[in-house]
Ligand binder design. Structure first.
Ligand code: MGD
Ligand code: MGD
Ligand code: SF4
Ligand code: MO
Length: 884
């Protein structure tokens, strides 16, 4: 029977920068029904696997519901006083540079604005930086160098209108899946559209590519410099545009020619085939409507800013900017990374796209905020900020909506720095994270569905993220928490905010304040928005002025840029090698990034059963040649280590990986695995222009990790794993799965199993002590409670069939009989590793249907098995299975 509905709320997805509109309907059984919003221009009703599973992430298990000081529950009043006094005392003794805020592209614009105003305007230091430093600060720096402003010129629509779409350092299929769906559709509608993917790895994004350029890691600037030179040599420049609307052209051309003046030269550096390079260059040269989408494969580099500029240069040289279907399009990662740029959330920005060190801007913002103590110097960028925490220069830090102990490079050093820091305040939704474990003061923040305010997506579209759930426990929105602390620190007059709309109006007013068109960010059209219009705001792209109330799809249509001369700047790019080259001791390049169904440190996606079925364990992808060299086998464990740290992960041997380079996902924290925080290995080197760290290129080595026993436990209830060197925790449907391995043999496996699962119930077990094998099942009232499998090697039965038994209320005789075999006897089914997480369709089911000839295409799979018909995120994998 259909659930009885309460009301449906239009809101936005809290994950990626696509910024999809979501319809959320809380149901009476406590869950939330989620659908795509067909009226939202970003997704027009579509959602990806993560968005579709949002309803499974709103339960309150592990939520932080009350303020705590040193682990003790306190009232909000006490917590606010503790934070305010803690900060004020340290500032009084050591000055405003001794305190810092580390914030996030996952707070709403109103939260972000309030935090920035408190730090820069009233504390009077600029030590507020954000996880966006790790994400798109190179893109920001490059836009500012080229345009004089941090302006993303394009709209999503341009991607569909283009005849050539270049995806550089972007795994769009997994990281911006709804735009990938839109692009796939556009290409189906217009098969003449061409798509080029530039990525060392063959990702799922390559599924729709006409050309995949598997560049040598870190060499993109040479590839684009080579393109710039080719455009000149082959006479494809837009000389009129260059002459009238750009400067720096001659120098940029010379730099391009020197570094990448011939195809063989480019081929030698990038390790691409000459004919592939020519194919790419010819496509670019001969196609007018080109959009280049770029993301972390470009930004996260010690020369990321230069790489972004090498791309922008090619668009400027051909005048392909400010027109439909054209432009250099940096994608933002987080839901409100763009909102953070608007308010000046980075430590080298002021607010509303103004600069701290520009005296005119300084004066203007001082007057607007009535702040006589506005910061005069740029603050510390993320990496330096935590270095200053480590050195003791920064003595108090307030972390909001980010998990730096997992996500910052050299993460073990970050951990030690926070352990030593005098005052660590953490605003979080979750009770237990790697970062909350180090907090002196914990402040419970409202989560998605409970908070209300604006977010801005990759195409500058401001959307209202609305609450549809009550605030649980004593959780409060971030803007409220910051406002209370600001008032307690003595800044009542500047923080009169009673609701998000109050903050938003001030933000909009500042954007228009003394802005005669010299600042791109202007939402003056919303400056006097009423509470009601704020509540009902329909998604709109900035700038939004009184004469452009419907927003602005693209910028630079008038070919005027925000530099003093009004001309765009071509930047001379001299390609640099990654800061840390590989060595004999560390011969492999560690590349890190995302997987389809997890979001960052898994605090939310880790809760959703179906999102943990796709890739359940932390892993390293390695090319067969390297696997042979390092004596690794698929499915076994390996230890990856760098000069900075080490980790243990499962080996996946695949020729989608480039020889010489390995890939490890970023998602696992200490909450989910014993030793899988990849940032413990990553060097904390960064781009000198943007401060963005190099997350894609750390020299490492790898070796087989050989424990004396391997095993897994499936348990209906969460457990704490003991006596194991390696463990991973995975949420399943009505059970928890633990993958385990140990270096010291278990004396009494039966006793060990009962220590974990409890002695009660009926135990079926099998021991072969000599062979080091143990298998057991725990059954209560004929329902499966737990399973333990131990073996001397990783060669254990697949977990899928055993997992499925937890959904049964009672086991059949055949199932009991097969339990210790770990596999169904004939006639019973094992769906296999889940491929389609929306409908739980497994690889065995799919392979069977394909091999029997029942299905021959993705469409037929959809018709017969439903796989791929909801969010479509698994379509590239379905294709792969069909091809095999
Ligand atoms: N599923 C999922 N989606 C997400 C997120 C998530 O956690 N999970 N996070 C969001 C966030 S915050 C962000 S920033 C975005 C990131 O989105 P993306 O940037 O698309 O994702 P990444 O996986 O970090 O890296 C992209 C690709 O860069 C490639 N790469 C590595 N080195 C090089 C190189 O030298 N040159 C080139 N050309 N490519 C290289 C990697 O192989 C990888 O495939 O994703 C957003 N979307
Ligand atoms: N090696 C490597 N490292 C990387 C990257 C990489 O590609 N490789 N990518 C980098 C990038 S691009 C990014 S964006 C970062 C992401 O890294 P993080 O920002 O550290 O990751 P999240 O897990 O998103 O952390 C967000 C935290 O905020 C909490 N939270 C969610 N909503 C709210 C809220 O409204 N208020 C408050 N107060 N808390 C909230 C969540 O529970 C979660 O703990 O990782 C970076 N680190
Ligand atoms: S593409 Fe997926 S994760 Fe990104 S906003 Fe849309 S539904 Fe959310
Ligand atoms: Mo990001």
């Amino acid at each position: 029977m259909a659930e009885q509905h309460t009301t449906t709320t239009k809101t936005t997805c809290p994950y990626c920068g696509v910024g999809c509109g979501v319809l959320a309907t809380p149901l009476q059984n406590g869950t939330v029904q989620i659908e795509g919003d067909e009226t939202h221009p970003a997704n027009l009703g579509r959602l990806c696997s993560k968005g579709s599973a949002l309803g499974e992430t709103v339960d309150l298990g592990n939520r932080l519901l009350h303020p705590k000081v040193h682990g003790k529950r306190v009232s909000w009043d006490e917590a606010i006083v503790s934070v305010a006094r803690g900060f004020s005392d340290i500032i009084a003794k050591h000055g405003p540079e001794s305190v810092a805020f580390y914030v996030s592209g996952q707070v709403l614009t109103e939260d972000y604005y309030t935090a920035n105003k408190l730090m820069k305007g009233f504390i009077g230091g600029a030590n507020i930086d954000t996880n966006s430093r790790l994400c798109m600060s190179s893109a920001v720096a490059a836009y500012k160098r080229a345009f004089g402003s941090d302006t993303v010129p394009c709209s999503y629509e341009d991607i569909e209108l283009a005849d050539l779409v270049i995806l550089a350092g972007s795994n769009l299929a997994w990281c911006h899946p709804v735009i990938f769906q839109r692009l796939r559709q556009a290409k189906e509608d217009r098969p003449e559209m061409k798509i080029v993917v530039i990525d060392p790895r063959k990702t799922s994004t390559c599924d729709i590519a006409d050309l995949h350029l598997s560049v040598k890691p870190g060499t993109d600037a040479t590839l684009f410099n080579g393109l710039l030179h080719y455009l000149k040599k082959e006479d494809y420049l837009d000389l009129e545009f260059l002459e009238a609307h750009t400067e720096g052209f001659a120098a940029a051309m010379t730099a391009a020619k020197t570094s990448a003046g011939s195809i063989p030269q480019v081929a030698a550096v990038t390790e691409l085939q000459e004919q592939d390079i020519v194919k790419f260059y010819q496509l670019f040269a001969s196609t007018e409507k080109v959009v280049t989408v770029y993301s972390q494969g470009i930004n996260q580099s010690t020369s990321g800013t230069d790489k972004c500029n090498s791309i922008i240069n090619c668009h400027l040289a051909t005048g392909r900017i400010g027109k439909p279907g054209m432009g250099p399009f940096s994608f933002t990662g987080q839901p409100n990374a763009m909102g953070g740029r608007e308010v000046g959330g980075l430590s080298n920005q002021l607010a509303a796209h103004m600069e701290i060190t520009n005296p005119e801007h300084h004066d203007r913002v001082s007057r607007f905020w009535k702040a006589d103590n506005l910061a005069r110097e740029n603050g510390a960028k993320a990496i330096d900020m935590f270095n200053e925490v480590a050195s003791g220069k920064i003595k108090a830090i307030w972390i909001m909506a980010t998990n730096p102990v997992v996500s910052l490079p050299d993460a073990d050093k970050v951990k030690v720095a926070l352990e030593k820091c005098e005052l660590v305040v953490v605003s979080e939704c979750e009770q237990f994270t790697d970062t909350t474990e180090l907090a002196d003061i914990l402040l419970p923040a409202a989560a998605w569905g409970e908070k209300d305010g604006m977010v801005t997506n990759s195409e500058r579209r401001i959307s209202h993220q609305r609450a549809f759930l009550p605030l649980p426990g004593e959780a409060r929105p971030d803007w409220w928490i910051i406002t209370q602390v600001a008032r307690k620190m003595g800044f009542e007059a500047a923080f009169p905010f009673e609701k998000p709309a109050d903050v938003f109006r001030e933000h909009a007013q500042l954007s228009a304040f003394e802005n005669d068109g010299e600042r791109d960010f202007n939402i003056g059209g919303l400056a006097d928005i009423s509470d009601e219009d704020y509540d009902n705001l329909v998604p709109v792209q900035w700038p939004v002025m009184e004469n452009t109330e419907m927003g602005t799809a693209r910028l630079f249509t008038d070919k005027r840029f925000f530099t003093p001369s009004g001309k765009a700047r071509m930047i001379s790019v001299e390609p640099k090698l990654p800061f840390n080259p590989t060595t004999e001791a560390y011969p492999l390049v560690l590349n890190t990034g995302r997987i389809r169904d997890q979001w960052h440190t898994m605090t939310r996606t880790g809760r959703a059963v179906r999102l943990n079925a796709h890739i359940p364990e932390p892993m390293v992808q390695i090319h067969p040649l390297d696997a042979a060299t390092f004596e690794l086998v698929d499915g076994a464990l390996a230890e990856v280590s760098s000069q900075w740290g080490e980790m243990i992960v499962r080996v996946v041997v695949t020729d989608e990986q480039r020889p010489g380079s390995i890939f490890v996902p970023i998602h696992w924290s200490s909450q989910y695995a014993s030793m899988a925080r990849v940032d413990a290995l990553v060097a904390s080197v960064y781009d000198p222009v943007s401060g963005q760290p190099e997350s894609k290129h750390t020299p490492v080595t790898i070796r087989a990790y050989q424990p004396v026993w391997h095993g897994f436990i499936l348990s209906r209830h969460p457990i704490t794993v003991k006596d194991a060197n390696y463990w991973v925790k995975v949420r399943g449907a009505q059970f928890w799965r633990y993958e385990i391995a140990g270096q010291q043999s278990l004396d009494d496996p039966a006793k060990w199993a009962q220590q974990h699962l409890g002695e009660e119930g009926e135990w079926l077990d099998f021991t072969d002590a000599k062979a080091g094998r143990y298998r057991a099942g725990q059954i209560k009232r004929n329902r499966l409670e737990g399973v333990v499998f131990i073996a001397p090697s990783h060669d254990l039965p697949a977990r899928s069939w055993l997992s499925q038994l937890f959904s049964l209320n009672s086991l059949s005789d055949a199932e009991r009989y097969s339990l210790l075999v770990g596999q169904p006897s004939q006639g019973q089914k094992d769906a296999g590793q889940i491929v389609c997480s929306c409908f739980g369709v497994g690889q065995n089911t799919l392979n069977e249907a394909i091999q029997s000839g029942h299905v021959n295409s993705v469409d037929e799979i959809g018709q017969k098995l439903k796989a791929g018909t909801n969010c479509g995120s698994c379509v590239p994998e379905l294709k792969k299975l069909l091809a095999h």
